[in-house]
Design a protein around this ligand. Structure first.
Ligand SMILES: [Zn+2]
Length: 389
Protein backbone atom coordinates (compact mmCIF):
# COMPACT_ATOMS: atom_id res chain seq x y z
CA UNK A 1 0.00 0.00 0.00
CA UNK A 2 1.26 3.45 -0.99
CA UNK A 3 -0.07 6.56 0.72
CA UNK A 4 0.42 10.01 -0.81
CA UNK A 5 -0.05 13.08 1.35
CA UNK A 6 -0.12 16.81 0.55
CA UNK A 7 -1.92 19.94 1.73
CA UNK A 8 -4.55 20.06 -1.03
CA UNK A 9 -6.09 17.67 -3.54
CA UNK A 10 -8.11 18.49 -6.65
CA UNK A 11 -10.44 15.68 -7.70
CA UNK A 12 -10.97 18.15 -9.70
CA UNK A 13 -14.72 18.41 -9.11
CA UNK A 14 -13.83 19.57 -5.64
CA UNK A 15 -10.88 20.51 -3.48
CA UNK A 16 -9.92 18.57 -0.33
CA UNK A 17 -7.66 19.82 2.45
CA UNK A 18 -4.93 17.66 4.02
CA UNK A 19 -5.63 14.67 1.82
CA UNK A 20 -4.37 11.13 2.00
CA UNK A 21 -4.52 9.17 -1.23
CA UNK A 22 -4.21 5.40 -0.91
CA UNK A 23 -2.82 3.47 -3.87
CA UNK A 24 -2.92 -0.26 -4.35
CA UNK A 25 -1.76 -2.13 -7.47
CA UNK A 26 -1.47 1.11 -9.40
CA UNK A 27 -5.04 2.17 -8.68
CA UNK A 28 -6.54 4.59 -6.21
CA UNK A 29 -8.02 2.59 -3.34
CA UNK A 30 -9.32 5.47 -1.27
CA UNK A 31 -9.13 9.22 -0.76
CA UNK A 32 -9.50 10.52 2.78
CA UNK A 33 -8.55 13.42 4.93
CA UNK A 34 -5.60 13.13 7.32
CA UNK A 35 -7.71 13.43 10.45
CA UNK A 36 -10.27 10.88 9.25
CA UNK A 37 -8.04 7.98 8.56
CA UNK A 38 -5.11 6.12 10.10
CA UNK A 39 -2.16 5.13 7.98
CA UNK A 40 -1.50 1.37 8.14
CA UNK A 41 1.92 0.52 9.60
CA UNK A 42 3.06 -1.39 6.55
CA UNK A 43 2.25 1.45 4.13
CA UNK A 44 4.87 3.45 2.24
CA UNK A 45 4.07 7.09 2.94
CA UNK A 46 5.18 9.87 0.62
CA UNK A 47 4.40 13.31 1.95
CA UNK A 48 4.57 16.07 -0.65
CA UNK A 49 4.26 18.70 2.05
CA UNK A 50 2.88 22.03 0.93
CA UNK A 51 1.77 20.78 -2.51
CA UNK A 52 -1.33 19.86 -4.46
CA UNK A 53 -2.28 16.41 -5.73
CA UNK A 54 -4.22 16.58 -9.00
CA UNK A 55 -5.08 14.16 -11.80
CA UNK A 56 -2.44 13.88 -14.51
CA UNK A 57 -3.19 16.17 -17.46
CA UNK A 58 -4.89 14.76 -20.54
CA UNK A 59 -4.00 16.37 -23.88
CA UNK A 60 -6.52 15.45 -26.58
CA UNK A 61 -4.76 17.36 -29.36
CA UNK A 62 -1.02 17.02 -29.76
CA UNK A 63 1.25 16.23 -32.68
CA UNK A 64 4.50 15.60 -30.84
CA UNK A 65 7.22 17.10 -28.71
CA UNK A 66 10.89 16.87 -27.79
CA UNK A 67 11.76 16.49 -31.50
CA UNK A 68 9.38 13.56 -32.14
CA UNK A 69 6.39 13.75 -34.46
CA UNK A 70 3.60 11.27 -33.69
CA UNK A 71 3.06 10.41 -37.37
CA UNK A 72 6.71 9.72 -38.00
CA UNK A 73 8.05 8.35 -34.72
CA UNK A 74 8.61 4.60 -34.55
CA UNK A 75 6.83 2.65 -31.80
CA UNK A 76 10.23 2.36 -30.09
CA UNK A 77 10.60 6.17 -29.99
CA UNK A 78 7.19 7.03 -28.57
CA UNK A 79 8.17 6.18 -24.96
CA UNK A 80 10.65 9.07 -25.11
CA UNK A 81 7.78 11.40 -26.00
CA UNK A 82 5.73 9.87 -23.19
CA UNK A 83 8.49 10.52 -20.67
CA UNK A 84 8.95 14.10 -21.76
CA UNK A 85 5.20 14.70 -21.44
CA UNK A 86 5.32 13.65 -17.80
CA UNK A 87 7.78 16.46 -17.11
CA UNK A 88 4.86 18.75 -17.97
CA UNK A 89 2.33 16.82 -15.92
CA UNK A 90 0.68 14.93 -18.78
CA UNK A 91 -0.19 11.27 -18.15
CA UNK A 92 -2.52 10.60 -21.08
CA UNK A 93 -2.57 12.01 -24.60
CA UNK A 94 -4.22 11.65 -27.99
CA UNK A 95 -1.62 11.49 -30.75
CA UNK A 96 -3.10 13.72 -33.43
CA UNK A 97 -2.60 13.28 -37.15
CA UNK A 98 -2.43 16.03 -39.77
CA UNK A 99 -3.68 15.74 -43.34
CA UNK A 100 -1.21 13.57 -45.25
CA UNK A 101 -1.45 11.20 -48.23
CA UNK A 102 -3.90 8.46 -47.18
CA UNK A 103 -1.34 5.64 -47.40
CA UNK A 104 1.02 7.54 -45.09
CA UNK A 105 -1.81 8.30 -42.69
CA UNK A 106 -2.86 4.65 -42.57
CA UNK A 107 0.70 3.50 -41.84
CA UNK A 108 0.96 6.06 -39.02
CA UNK A 109 -2.41 4.96 -37.62
CA UNK A 110 -1.25 1.35 -37.48
CA UNK A 111 1.87 2.34 -35.50
CA UNK A 112 -0.18 4.49 -33.12
CA UNK A 113 -2.65 1.64 -32.58
CA UNK A 114 0.34 -0.57 -31.63
CA UNK A 115 1.50 2.06 -29.13
CA UNK A 116 -1.96 2.36 -27.59
CA UNK A 117 -2.28 -1.39 -27.18
CA UNK A 118 1.26 -1.72 -25.78
CA UNK A 119 0.53 1.02 -23.24
CA UNK A 120 -2.31 -0.98 -21.76
CA UNK A 121 -0.08 -3.73 -20.43
CA UNK A 122 1.85 -2.97 -17.24
CA UNK A 123 5.38 -1.58 -17.59
CA UNK A 124 8.17 -4.02 -16.82
CA UNK A 125 10.47 -1.69 -14.93
CA UNK A 126 9.99 1.39 -12.80
CA UNK A 127 11.98 3.41 -15.32
CA UNK A 128 9.60 2.51 -18.15
CA UNK A 129 6.56 3.01 -16.01
CA UNK A 130 6.56 6.76 -15.75
CA UNK A 131 5.46 7.91 -19.17
CA UNK A 132 2.30 9.46 -20.55
CA UNK A 133 0.36 6.89 -22.51
CA UNK A 134 -1.47 7.37 -25.80
CA UNK A 135 -5.16 6.79 -25.01
CA UNK A 136 -6.77 7.14 -28.42
CA UNK A 137 -6.08 8.72 -31.79
CA UNK A 138 -7.31 12.12 -32.88
CA UNK A 139 -7.78 12.43 -36.64
CA UNK A 140 -7.26 16.08 -37.54
CA UNK A 141 -7.99 15.77 -41.22
CA UNK A 142 -8.25 14.78 -43.91
CA UNK A 143 -11.87 16.07 -43.86
CA UNK A 144 -11.04 19.77 -43.49
CA UNK A 145 -12.16 22.91 -45.29
CA UNK A 146 -9.85 24.26 -48.00
CA UNK A 147 -10.76 27.76 -46.92
CA UNK A 148 -9.84 27.11 -43.28
CA UNK A 149 -7.13 24.53 -43.70
CA UNK A 150 -4.44 26.41 -41.77
CA UNK A 151 -1.20 24.68 -42.82
CA UNK A 152 -2.73 21.32 -43.73
CA UNK A 153 -1.65 20.78 -47.37
CA UNK A 154 -4.52 21.31 -49.87
CA UNK A 155 -3.58 18.22 -51.89
CA UNK A 156 -4.10 16.05 -48.80
CA UNK A 157 -7.61 17.27 -47.98
CA UNK A 158 -10.43 14.99 -49.11
CA UNK A 159 -14.18 15.11 -49.09
CA UNK A 160 -15.65 12.90 -46.40
CA UNK A 161 -17.10 9.56 -47.45
CA UNK A 162 -18.01 6.56 -45.31
CA UNK A 163 -15.52 4.51 -47.36
CA UNK A 164 -12.54 6.72 -46.52
CA UNK A 165 -13.60 6.94 -42.89
CA UNK A 166 -13.85 3.14 -42.80
CA UNK A 167 -10.36 2.81 -44.26
CA UNK A 168 -8.90 5.12 -41.59
CA UNK A 169 -10.89 3.37 -38.87
CA UNK A 170 -9.57 -0.04 -39.89
CA UNK A 171 -5.98 1.19 -40.19
CA UNK A 172 -6.30 2.48 -36.61
CA UNK A 173 -7.97 -0.77 -35.51
CA UNK A 174 -10.81 1.17 -33.93
CA UNK A 175 -8.57 3.42 -31.82
CA UNK A 176 -9.80 6.65 -33.41
CA UNK A 177 -11.52 8.39 -30.50
CA UNK A 178 -11.64 11.95 -31.84
CA UNK A 179 -12.08 13.40 -35.28
CA UNK A 180 -11.95 17.02 -36.37
CA UNK A 181 -14.16 17.60 -39.39
CA UNK A 182 -15.56 20.58 -41.28
CA UNK A 183 -19.33 19.96 -41.22
CA UNK A 184 -20.11 22.01 -44.34
CA UNK A 185 -18.21 19.68 -46.66
CA UNK A 186 -20.35 17.52 -48.96
CA UNK A 187 -20.83 14.14 -47.27
CA UNK A 188 -19.73 15.39 -43.84
CA UNK A 189 -23.05 14.90 -42.07
CA UNK A 190 -23.22 11.22 -42.99
CA UNK A 191 -19.64 10.64 -41.80
CA UNK A 192 -20.28 12.58 -38.58
CA UNK A 193 -23.28 10.36 -37.83
CA UNK A 194 -21.32 7.19 -38.53
CA UNK A 195 -18.32 8.29 -36.42
CA UNK A 196 -20.60 9.31 -33.54
CA UNK A 197 -22.28 5.90 -33.76
CA UNK A 198 -18.84 4.37 -33.13
CA UNK A 199 -18.35 6.59 -30.06
CA UNK A 200 -15.83 8.84 -31.75
CA UNK A 201 -15.90 12.34 -30.29
CA UNK A 202 -16.72 14.31 -33.41
CA UNK A 203 -15.23 17.76 -33.16
CA UNK A 204 -16.13 20.53 -35.57
CA UNK A 205 -13.23 22.62 -36.74
CA UNK A 206 -11.03 23.73 -39.64
CA UNK A 207 -14.38 24.93 -40.88
CA UNK A 208 -16.02 27.78 -42.73
CA UNK A 209 -19.50 26.73 -41.58
CA UNK A 210 -22.22 29.27 -40.97
CA UNK A 211 -24.27 28.78 -37.83
CA UNK A 212 -26.82 26.50 -39.47
CA UNK A 213 -24.03 24.23 -40.78
CA UNK A 214 -22.59 23.90 -37.30
CA UNK A 215 -26.05 23.13 -35.91
CA UNK A 216 -26.58 20.38 -38.47
CA UNK A 217 -23.32 18.79 -37.27
CA UNK A 218 -24.52 18.82 -33.67
CA UNK A 219 -27.82 17.24 -34.73
CA UNK A 220 -25.82 14.50 -36.49
CA UNK A 221 -23.79 13.77 -33.34
CA UNK A 222 -20.87 16.24 -33.15
CA UNK A 223 -20.23 17.20 -29.54
CA UNK A 224 -16.99 19.18 -29.42
CA UNK A 225 -15.09 21.94 -31.25
CA UNK A 226 -11.41 22.03 -32.18
CA UNK A 227 -9.10 24.95 -31.30
CA UNK A 228 -11.94 27.45 -31.11
CA UNK A 229 -11.32 30.61 -33.18
CA UNK A 230 -8.30 29.13 -35.00
CA UNK A 231 -9.05 27.85 -38.50
CA UNK A 232 -12.71 28.83 -38.15
CA UNK A 233 -14.95 31.35 -39.91
CA UNK A 234 -14.66 34.34 -37.55
CA UNK A 235 -17.56 35.47 -35.38
CA UNK A 236 -19.74 38.05 -37.05
CA UNK A 237 -22.49 39.71 -35.08
CA UNK A 238 -25.05 39.19 -37.85
CA UNK A 239 -23.91 35.74 -39.00
CA UNK A 240 -22.53 34.21 -35.80
CA UNK A 241 -21.17 31.27 -37.81
CA UNK A 242 -19.57 28.22 -36.29
CA UNK A 243 -17.97 30.26 -33.48
CA UNK A 244 -21.36 31.64 -32.46
CA UNK A 245 -22.74 28.11 -32.21
CA UNK A 246 -19.69 26.80 -30.32
CA UNK A 247 -19.81 29.58 -27.74
CA UNK A 248 -23.55 29.39 -27.11
CA UNK A 249 -24.49 25.71 -27.42
CA UNK A 250 -24.26 24.11 -23.98
CA UNK A 251 -24.31 20.65 -25.53
CA UNK A 252 -20.93 21.29 -27.09
CA UNK A 253 -17.66 21.22 -25.20
CA UNK A 254 -14.82 23.05 -26.90
CA UNK A 255 -11.08 23.42 -26.72
CA UNK A 256 -8.68 26.29 -27.09
CA UNK A 257 -4.94 26.84 -27.42
CA UNK A 258 -4.24 29.07 -24.42
CA UNK A 259 -0.70 30.11 -25.31
CA UNK A 260 -1.54 33.79 -25.76
CA UNK A 261 -0.31 33.56 -29.38
CA UNK A 262 -3.07 31.61 -31.15
CA UNK A 263 -5.80 33.56 -29.37
CA UNK A 264 -5.40 36.86 -27.51
CA UNK A 265 -5.57 36.43 -23.72
CA UNK A 266 -8.78 38.52 -23.58
CA UNK A 267 -10.46 36.20 -26.09
CA UNK A 268 -9.31 33.18 -24.09
CA UNK A 269 -11.11 34.81 -21.17
CA UNK A 270 -14.23 35.37 -23.30
CA UNK A 271 -14.14 31.70 -24.35
CA UNK A 272 -13.80 30.49 -20.76
CA UNK A 273 -16.70 32.66 -19.67
CA UNK A 274 -18.86 31.27 -22.47
CA UNK A 275 -18.00 27.58 -22.03
CA UNK A 276 -17.69 27.70 -18.25
CA UNK A 277 -15.88 25.36 -15.90
CA UNK A 278 -17.50 22.23 -17.29
CA UNK A 279 -17.38 22.98 -21.00
CA UNK A 280 -13.86 24.38 -21.42
CA UNK A 281 -11.00 22.15 -22.55
CA UNK A 282 -7.34 23.07 -22.86
CA UNK A 283 -5.21 21.55 -25.60
CA UNK A 284 -1.63 22.23 -26.60
CA UNK A 285 -1.71 21.44 -30.37
CA UNK A 286 2.01 20.98 -29.73
CA UNK A 287 4.29 20.00 -32.60
CA UNK A 288 7.53 18.05 -32.40
CA UNK A 289 9.19 21.42 -31.76
CA UNK A 290 7.72 21.66 -28.25
CA UNK A 291 10.47 21.40 -25.67
CA UNK A 292 13.14 22.12 -28.30
CA UNK A 293 15.23 25.20 -29.18
CA UNK A 294 14.36 27.44 -32.15
CA UNK A 295 14.84 25.70 -35.49
CA UNK A 296 13.14 23.63 -38.19
CA UNK A 297 10.94 20.71 -37.21
CA UNK A 298 8.58 18.16 -38.69
CA UNK A 299 4.78 18.29 -38.46
CA UNK A 300 3.57 15.15 -40.23
CA UNK A 301 4.70 15.59 -43.83
CA UNK A 302 5.40 19.33 -43.36
CA UNK A 303 8.32 21.35 -42.06
CA UNK A 304 7.69 24.11 -39.58
CA UNK A 305 9.87 26.92 -38.30
CA UNK A 306 10.10 27.84 -34.64
CA UNK A 307 11.26 31.25 -33.52
CA UNK A 308 10.56 33.02 -30.22
CA UNK A 309 7.80 30.61 -29.21
CA UNK A 310 5.93 30.81 -32.53
CA UNK A 311 5.64 27.75 -34.72
CA UNK A 312 4.93 28.71 -38.34
CA UNK A 313 4.96 27.55 -41.94
CA UNK A 314 5.04 30.17 -44.71
CA UNK A 315 4.13 32.77 -42.11
CA UNK A 316 0.99 30.89 -40.92
CA UNK A 317 0.72 29.52 -37.40
CA UNK A 318 1.40 25.78 -37.52
CA UNK A 319 0.64 24.21 -34.18
CA UNK A 320 2.39 25.36 -31.06
CA UNK A 321 5.24 24.77 -28.65
CA UNK A 322 2.87 25.06 -25.71
CA UNK A 323 3.01 22.61 -22.81
CA UNK A 324 -0.08 21.69 -20.79
CA UNK A 325 1.25 22.95 -17.45
CA UNK A 326 1.90 26.32 -19.08
CA UNK A 327 -1.62 26.36 -20.55
CA UNK A 328 -3.04 25.76 -17.06
CA UNK A 329 -0.99 28.58 -15.55
CA UNK A 330 -1.95 30.87 -18.46
CA UNK A 331 -5.64 30.33 -17.75
CA UNK A 332 -5.18 31.43 -14.15
CA UNK A 333 -3.42 34.53 -15.46
CA UNK A 334 -5.54 35.37 -18.53
CA UNK A 335 -8.95 34.83 -16.92
CA UNK A 336 -8.29 34.91 -13.18
CA UNK A 337 -9.51 31.33 -12.89
CA UNK A 338 -8.72 29.39 -9.73
CA UNK A 339 -6.03 26.76 -10.24
CA UNK A 340 -8.66 24.12 -9.39
CA UNK A 341 -10.82 25.13 -12.36
CA UNK A 342 -7.88 25.55 -14.72
CA UNK A 343 -6.74 22.03 -13.79
CA UNK A 344 -10.21 20.74 -14.51
CA UNK A 345 -9.99 22.10 -18.07
CA UNK A 346 -6.82 20.04 -18.54
CA UNK A 347 -7.99 16.82 -16.87
CA UNK A 348 -11.62 15.86 -16.31
CA UNK A 349 -13.08 17.98 -19.09
CA UNK A 350 -10.90 16.67 -21.93
CA UNK A 351 -11.19 13.09 -20.68
CA UNK A 352 -14.98 13.33 -20.56
CA UNK A 353 -15.19 15.12 -23.90
CA UNK A 354 -13.29 12.25 -25.48
CA UNK A 355 -15.38 9.64 -23.68
CA UNK A 356 -12.71 8.48 -21.20
CA UNK A 357 -14.58 8.48 -17.91
CA UNK A 358 -11.73 6.75 -16.05
CA UNK A 359 -9.12 9.40 -16.83
CA UNK A 360 -8.60 12.95 -15.62
CA UNK A 361 -10.09 12.28 -12.20
CA UNK A 362 -8.93 11.20 -8.75
CA UNK A 363 -11.47 8.70 -7.42
CA UNK A 364 -11.44 5.19 -5.97
CA UNK A 365 -10.96 2.52 -8.61
CA UNK A 366 -9.25 4.65 -11.27
CA UNK A 367 -5.57 4.39 -12.19
CA UNK A 368 -3.31 6.43 -9.92
CA UNK A 369 -2.19 8.94 -12.55
CA UNK A 370 -1.31 12.16 -10.78
CA UNK A 371 0.56 15.38 -11.03
CA UNK A 372 1.98 17.04 -7.93
CA UNK A 373 1.76 20.82 -8.32
CA UNK A 374 2.94 23.85 -6.41
CA UNK A 375 0.30 26.42 -5.52
CA UNK A 376 1.28 28.39 -8.62
CA UNK A 377 0.84 25.37 -10.88
CA UNK A 378 4.46 24.30 -11.39
CA UNK A 379 4.93 20.56 -11.88
CA UNK A 380 6.91 18.93 -9.08
CA UNK A 381 6.32 15.28 -9.83
CA UNK A 382 4.23 13.09 -12.09
CA UNK A 383 3.02 9.67 -11.01
CA UNK A 384 1.79 7.05 -13.45
CA UNK A 385 -0.14 4.02 -12.21
CA UNK A 386 1.24 4.62 -8.74
CA UNK A 387 4.87 4.76 -9.88
CA UNK A 388 7.36 7.58 -10.11
CA UNK A 389 7.06 9.14 -6.68
ZN1 LIG B 1 -3.46 20.31 -34.58
Amino acid sequence: MLVLAATRLFTPLEELQNPLLFVEDGRIAEIASRNQKEIPNAATVVDFGDSILAPGFVDIHMHGGTGLDVMRASPAELPRLGKWLTTHGVTGYFPTTVAAPLDQTCTALGCLADAIEAGRSPAKTNRDAVQARPLGIHLEGPFLSHKRRGVHAPENLVEPTPQIFERLWRAARGHVRMMTIAPELPGAIEVIAEAARRNVCVSIGHSDAVMEGARAAVRAGARHATHTFNAMRPLDHREPGIVGEVLTNKRLTADIIADGIHVAPEVVELFLQAKGIDGSVLITDATSAAGMPDGTYQLGPMQVEVKDGRCTMDGKLAGSVLTMDQAVRNVTRFAGWRLLDAVRAATLNPARAAGFEQSGILAPGVEANLVVLTHSGEVQKTIVRGRGY
